[in-house]
Design a protein around this ligand. Structure first.
Ligand code: SF4
Length: 717
């Protein structure tokens, strides 16, 4: 079908015109509310107290979601919302990494509050169209598309039966449809999901950005926690936003020159230092592959091991050769870090798009590790093909990687077999059945449908079927709170164990990535040091998601003298850049202390939100033992020297002549106790009680003492 014929099938449900509010100091103070079930479209004002306490981005998402839902609202209830918001800094173009959006919803995987950050055009374009946030509620009967026309200031909600569902086709169709000419394609932002999101709980959202050099629509992903599943459950096929264009100072900031000065400084660092440091412009985050392998941190065979002899087959040199070089790969305008690498003209070998030549966005590090080493796949072409299909089918590559690795381990120890998987021999590294599993997930068929339920539910299903020892399944199922682990080995870093499992949404390293500080550089040796890091970094990193910033330019290039500063792990000069930029956008008095305070309010609100839904307690921060230490004899013996030494030095236990099973038991007791002690120290530092619940005193101190918040915690003091 050509674009005109597809468009002819549209059936307008509602058109709503609005009076445009231009941005002032980074804000419009307006929210666009759309109920796709009742076709109610309207704008809401942002109350001053919401702006003051929640700042923007994730903060706005959490506040709106709290108000829109009840404690027992389920992910697939019409009242569940998807909120997209960038933040006051989002959309400036004079500093790298300033176009992020945060998506918030009740997650089908965790049954709790999920947030996921993403690049691409939609968030900033929404702001330029007049809204700080988009609040989506209700459930449509048939597939709908929402068009936000930031030129003529109107919103359309229409049924759209003829467009594709899979993102790489749909995004192209809609960009073509809503751009009047080639030049306008850069003014269109599309959000979509894909067919696997319809049949699984691990659906994600693709946000487009237009690549004028390649003349291609490209995508970034809000991957974690199944928000794409909520999107498709609401029967939303896509969101489209169109603006007149991006220019100079659309955020109407207070001091543009101050931002430009910091931008020039940062760009100089990128020019002079990136090639010597992380090579983000050449290979993006995939530069981490060999570093992780060298430090025994690359997840391999469902996080059993941290390195593999075949890792060089999927290391950064391989990705550098696949990625098209010398192209500005920024997912937002003005980003000089340009890490959104892509493989052009890749020919698909399986599934519904077999034979087609496509562009594949990525793989980034976690995709290469998750879809590669963790499943024992050391064939880059398999990783590329799976990356492409996960994206277009609308499922998270990190999640899928952890799901399939769990399945493979279950298969390798007899919990699964061909009969149980419908004939798929899902052993480590076996490519054809792994690809078939993904296609099944997209079709909602066979064992693929079970895989798409995520690790927590698979673990339950397998145990209920009597297929494996529930305790063993608990140990090897790499999930916490219902979310799959992202792709770092945390066994040897106690702080990283906390960075994963003592999070609000589940194990995603965007709250705290402490492996290097803790394990490699030994900068945080005591419980108090670790607790301080597990306070500061999650709070600091939360802030990026409040204001619309990408975290990567913070520490993926560092000023030349960074190592000589007092606190190199914090990258003080870059923190100062952010303080300066935030002040220059908003005009608000601000310093690095306030930065942490702003985050702390929102972080604690999210913890209480979880509590309101029945989570957010100490037991919810339990981790699977695989994240903490060796579960199997094979694992122990593969690093026997290390573990024997630890037993002797740390516990006083003599491993000489003892069986592996005995040694595993003693080590486990020690490590689990350590984690519990860490939990105590972290809770104390965060102002929480021993059950992991913020104290009323602390909530008052940080200014997050709304009566409805106190009401939730008061019974747990
Ligand atoms: S650093 Fe990478 S992910 Fe971040 S904004 Fe730039 S291109 Fe996008």
């Amino acid at each position: 079908m050509d674009i005109a014929s597809i468009k002819a099938e549209h059936k307008l449900i509602r058109e709503w015109k609005y009076k445009w509010t231009p941005l002032d100091k980074g804000y419009t103070d307006k929210i666009l509310y759309i109920n796709v079930g009742s076709a109610d479209i309207r704008e809401k004002d942002v109350p001053p107290v919401m702006k003051e306490k929640f700042i923007g981005g994730k903060g706005y998402g959490l506040r709106l979601l709290w108000d829109a839902t009840k404690p027992d609202t389920r992910w697939d209830d019409p009242e569940n919302e998807i909120i997209i918001s960038s933040g006051p800094v989002g959309g400036i173009t004079q500093y790298s990494g300033t176009g992020k959006s945060l998506v918030v919803s009740i997650s089908p995987q965790t049954d709790s509050v999920m947030d996921s950050n993403v690049g691409g055009f939609f968030g900033p374009f929404l702001k330029f169209s007049g809204f700080d946030a988009l609040e989506l509620q209700g459930k449509a009967v048939n597939d709908v598309i929402i068009f936000i026309d930031g030129i003529n200031h109107r919103v359309e909600l229409f049924e759209a039966p003829a467009e594709a569902v899979d993102s790489h086709v749909l995004a192209e169709q809609l960009t073509e449809m809503f751009a009047d000419n080639e030049n306008e394609k850069k003014n269109i932002g599309v959000v979509s999901s894909g067919s696997a999101a319809e049949h699984s709980l691990i659906g994600m959202l693709n946000f487009t950005f237009y690549d004028p050099k390649r003349k291609k629509v490209r995508m970034k992903q809000a991957g974690r926690g199944g928000i794409g599943t909520v999107f498709r459950n609401k029967k939303i096929k896509a969101l489209v936003c169109k603006i007149p264009g991006v220019k100079g100072n659309l955020n109407n900031v207070v001091d543009l020159e101050a931002i430009m000065e910091r931008g020039r400084r940062f760009n100089r660092e990128m020019r002079e230092l990136d090639d010597k440091q992380c090579r983000m412009r050449k290979v993006g985050t995939a530069h981490l592959m060999e570093i992780m392998d060298d430090h025994d941190l690359l997840p391999t065979h469902n996080y059993k091991f941290g390195s593999h002899k075949d890792a060089p087959r999927i290391d950064s040199a391989v990705w550098t050769s696949f990625f098209t070089q010398g192209i500005p790969d920024g997912c937002w305008i003005g980003c000089n870090m340009s890490c959104s690498k892509a493989i052009d003209d890749y020919i698909i070998t399986t599934g519904p798009y077999k034979g087609q030549k496509v562009i594949v966005d990525g793989p980034e590090y976690e995709t290469a590790a998750g879809l590669g080493s963790n499943g024992g796949f050391f064939d880059p072409r398999y990783i590329i093909e799976t990356n492409f299909y996960c994206d277009t089918y609308g499922i998270c590559t990190i999640t899928w990687g952890t799901c399939i690795a769990f399945i493979q381990e279950c298969y390798s120890c007899g919990i699964l077999n061909k009969e149980r998987t419908g004939g798929l021999e899902l052993t480590f590294g076996n490519i054809p059945p792994a690809l078939e599993l993904l296609h099944q997930a997209a079709r909602g068929e066979g064992f693929g449908k079970i895989a798409g339920q995520g690790v927590r539910r698979m673990k339950k299903i397998f145990a209920e079927n009597g297929w494996g020892d529930p305790a063993f399944l608990r140990d090897i199922a790499m999930e916490n709170k219902g979310l799959e682990y992202s792709q770092y080995m945390s066994k040897e870093s106690l702080a990283q164990q906390g960075g994963y499992a003592m999070t609000n949404k589940g194990p995603q390293h965007d709250e705290a990535w402490l492996i290097f500080m803790d394990m490699v550089n030994n900068q945080i040796p005591t419980f108090e040091n670790k607790a301080e890091a597990l306070h500061y970094f999650p709070m600091f990193r939360t802030w990026f998601g409040l204001v619309g910033l990408c975290k990567l330019p913070w520490n993926d290039v560092e000023p030349e003298n960074n190592a000589q500063t007092d606190e190199p792990a914090k990258v003080p000069e870059h923190v100062d850049n952010y303080v300066t930029i935030y002040k220059a956008v908003t005009g608000r008095p601000f310093d690095k202390q306030r930065l942490v305070e702003d985050s702390e309010r929102v972080y604690n609100f999210q913890r209480v939100f979880n509590l309101r839904r029945g989570y957010g307690k100490r037991k919810d921060d339990d981790q699977p033992y695989r994240a903490c230490g060796p579960v199997t004899a094979e694992e122990y013996e593969s690093r026997a020297e290390r573990y024997d030494k630890q037993l002797k030095e740390l516990t006083g236990y003599d491993p000489e002549g003892k069986s592996t099973e005995e040694k595993i038991k003693v080590l486990r007791k020690y490590r689990e106790d350590q984690y519990d002690l860490l939990r105590d120290a972290v809770y104390k530092r965060r102002g929480w009680n021993r059950n992991g619940i913020p104290t009323i005193e602390h909530l008052r101190k940080i200014g997050m003492d709304f009566p409805e918040v106190i009401d939730v915690v008061k019974n747990y003091q």
